[in-house]
Unconditional design. Structure first.
Lengths: 405, 112
C-alpha cells in the first residue's frame, strides 16, 4: 500500500504515504473493534487507504505538488477519482511494488540500507523488528532508514522499469538485496532464532514479483528464485524436534519440502537460457546437487567441488572458499579439506565466523585428533551468535571429549 | 498562445456502467490534452444545481432550472494558438458523443 500511495503522492512525499497507511490501520482497529472483522479485511484496508488518499489529495492539492509523472490529473475532479481507482487495481499495485523495490535499491545507498528499506516499506516490518533481525539497535536502524528515505526523496518518482538504461545495474542490486534478505533469514545472526523463516518468505515473495514481470524475469532472477526455493525446501529439516540446528549431514531428508524442491528444479531449468552464468546459477546448481542426493554420503561431491571452483572464478569470497573446502573434505578426505582451509587468503576475516572454526573442528575430529578439534570447537563456541548455534557447538565439543576418554 | 474557456453542457449519464465508460473517456481526453500542453487549468466538473443570487435585492433562489442539456456541467481553461485551434481541440471532448456541447470562449483581456 505504501508503494501505491508513494506512486500517487510522489517519492518526495513518502512520509505522507506512510501516514495515510498508518491512518487506515488505526481506522481499521477502531471500526473492527466495534463492528467486528469485515469479510475481506485487506480489501477493507485498501478501500480505506484509497479514500484517505483522495481526502489528502483534495485538501492539499494547492499546497503540495504530488507525483510529477501523473501531471495534473490529480489536480482536478475531472480525473482525480478515476486515476486513483486505476492505481489501486491489483495489477497496478504489483507494478508499484516492483518499482518501489527498484527505488529502494538506489545506488547511493549502502546494501544494508537497501535491505532495511525493502523490509520497512515493502514488507511492513517495524524498525524494532528489523533491528532484531539484524542484531542492531532500534536507534541505529531508525537512523539508517531515515537517511535512506532522504536519498529516495531526491528522486521524486518511483524507478521507471520500462526503457531505463539503468535497469540492468539496478536489477542486479535488487537481486543482491533479496539474496541478502534471504541469507539473513537463513543463516541469520538473530539472537532468538537461528532461522528467521519470515525473512526467507518475504525474499521469496518479492522474487516471485520479479518473475511475474517480463522485464525483470531474467535468467538471473530465475536462478535466484531457484536458489531460494531449493534452500527454503530444506528449512523444515534444519531444526530438529528440540529446535536445535541440525547440519546437512544429520538432517532428516524426508522432512524437506517436496513441492518447493520441484518448484526450485523447474526454476533452475528456466534459468538456463541466455549466455550469462551468474553466481546465483552456480549456487542454485550446488543447492540442487545437495537436494537431489538421497543422503549426504551419496552426494555428488566431485560435481559440487567443480561448481565451487567456477563460483570462485566469478567472485572470490572467504565464505565461498570455506564452503568449497568443506566439499573438498567430503570428496577427498579431511586432510585435503584442512589444506584447502589453510590456503584461503584473508582467513583473518573468517576468524570471526563461528562455522570457520567449526569446520576446522570437524576435519580434525575426522582425522582422529579430538584434542585439537575440541580447541576449534571452543573457539567457535566463543563466537556463537545465538543459543541454537551455541547448543549445536556444545554437542560437537562433547563428541570430541567423548572420543578423548 | 491565447487562453480559452471550455464550458461543457450536457445530460449526465444515468447508469453506473455508463458513468464508468464516460469517466474513462474523460480521463483519456485529459491525458491527451495534458501531454500536448494545452491545459492552462483543468478546472472541475460542477454539481448540477446550487443557488442563484440575483439583483440589487440579492434574492437567493435554488437553481439553475434550465433544461438539463443546457446546464453547465464543468469548465476547463485551455491554451491554444487562436480560436480556430481551440475549436479544433474541443472536438475531442467526450461530451459531444452523448449529445452535449462545448462552448469555446476566448478569455477577454480588459485594457484599462
Amino acid at each position: 500500500m505504501v508503494a501505491v500511495l508513494t506512486r500517487i503522492f510522489g517519492v518526495h512525499n513518502l512520509s505522507l504515504a506512510e501516514d495515510v497507511v498508518q491512518d487506515a490501520f488505526c481506522r481499521a482497529l477502531e471500526v473492527w473493534s466495534i463492528r467486528g472483522m469485515p469479510e475481506n479485511p485487506s480489501a477493507w484496508l485498501i478501500a480505506t487507504a484509497k479514500n484517505r488518499a483522495l481526502d489528502v489529495l483534495r485538501r492539499q492539492r494547492t499546497a503540495r505538488t504530488f507525483a510529477p509523472e501523473l501531471g495534473r490529473l490529480l489536480e482536478t475532479e475531472w480525473t482525480l477519482a478515476p486515476i486513483v481507482q486505476e492505481l489501486f487495481e491489483p495489477e497496478a499495485i504489483k507494478d508499484d511494488q516492483l518499482r518501489m523495490m527498484f527505488s529502494c535499491c538506489h545506488p547511493r545507498l549502502p546494501e544494508e540500507a537497501q535491505v532495511a528499506l525493502v523490509l520497512h516499506i515493502l514488507c511492513g516490518f517495524s524498525t524494532s523488528e528489523i533491528a532484531a533481525a539484524f542484531v542492531s539497535s532500534r536507534a541505529a536502524i531508525e537512523k539508517r532508514i531515515s537517511r535512506a528515505k532522504k536519498v529516495l526523496a531526491g528522486s521524486k518518482t518511483l524507478f521507471d522499469l520500462s526503457g531505463s538504461a539503468a535497469l540492468p545495474a539496478r536489477l542486479s542490486a535488487v537481486h543482491r538485496a533479496l539474496y541478502l534478505l534471504f541469507s539473513e533469514g537463513y543463516h541469520g545472526a538473530s539472537p532468538e532464532s537461528a532461522v528467521r523463516t519470515d525473512l526467507c518468505h518475504e525474499a521469496m515473495r518479492l522474487a516471485a514479483l520479479l518473475l511475474q514481470n517480463p522485464i525483470t524475469a531474467t535468467p538471473a532472477t530465475y536462478a535466484l528464485s531457484a536458489l531460494m526455493c531449493l534452500d527454503a525446501a530444506r528449512l523444515p529439516g534444519r531444526l530438529d524436534s528440540a529446535g536445535n540446528l541440525s547440519s546437512l549431514f544429520d538432517q532428516d531428508r524426508s522432512l524437506w519440502d517436496r513441492q518447493l524442491l520441484a518448484e526450485g528444479q523447474k526454476l533452475l531449468e528456466l534459468s538456463a537460457t541466455g549466455s550469462e552464468l551468474t553466481a546465483y546459477h552456480l549456487e542454485a546448481a550446488i543447492a540442487f546437487a545437495h537436494t537431489s542426493a538421497p543422503s549426504a554420503e551419496a552426494t555428488d561431491w566431485a560435481a559440487i567441488v567443480s561448481l565451487y571452483d567456477r563460483l570462485m572464478a566469478i567472485g572470490r569470497s572467504p565464505i565461498v572458499a570455506l564452503n568449497r573446502a568443506i566439499a573438498v573434505a567430503q570428496y577427498q578426505g579431511p586432510e585435503r579439506g584442512l589444506e584447502e582451509i589453510r590456503a584461503i587468503p584473508g582467513s583473518q576475516r573468517l576468524a570471526l565466523y563461528p562455522f570457520y572454526h567449526a569446520a576446522l573442528g570437524v576435519f580434525e575430529l575426522r582425522s582422529s585428533r579430538p584434542a585439537i578439534a575440541a580447541e576449534h570447537f571452543r573457539a567457535a563456541l566463543a563466537l556463537a551468535r545465538n543459543p541454537m548455534e551455541r547448543h549445536f557447538l556444545e554437542n560437537r565439543l562433547r563428541a570430541c571429549e567423548g572420543t578423548d576418554t | 498562445m491565447s487562453e480559452f474557456t471550455f464550458l461543457f453542457r450536457g445530460t449526465p449519464p444515468t447508469s453506473p456502467e455508463e458513468m464508468q465508460k464516460v469517466m474513462e473517456k474523460w480521463v483519456a481526453w485529459f491525458k491527451e490534452l495534458g501531454a500536448k500542453g494545452y491545459i492552462k487549468d483543468p478546472g472541475h466538473p460542477l454539481e448540477r444545481t446550487g443557488k442563484v443570487v440575483k439583483g440589487q435585492q440579492k434574492i437567493v433562489n435554488d437553481g439553475p432550472y434550465a433544461e438539463s442539456k443546457d446546464i453547465v456541467g464543468g469548465y476547463t481553461l485551455i491554451e491554444a494558438r487562436d480560436l480556430d485551434h481551440a475549436v479544433e481541440i474541443s472536438k475531442g471532448c467526450p461530451i459531444l458523443d452523448v449529445g452535449g456541447s462545448v462552448e469555446v470562449r476566448p478569455i477577454r483581456i480588459l485594457d484599462m
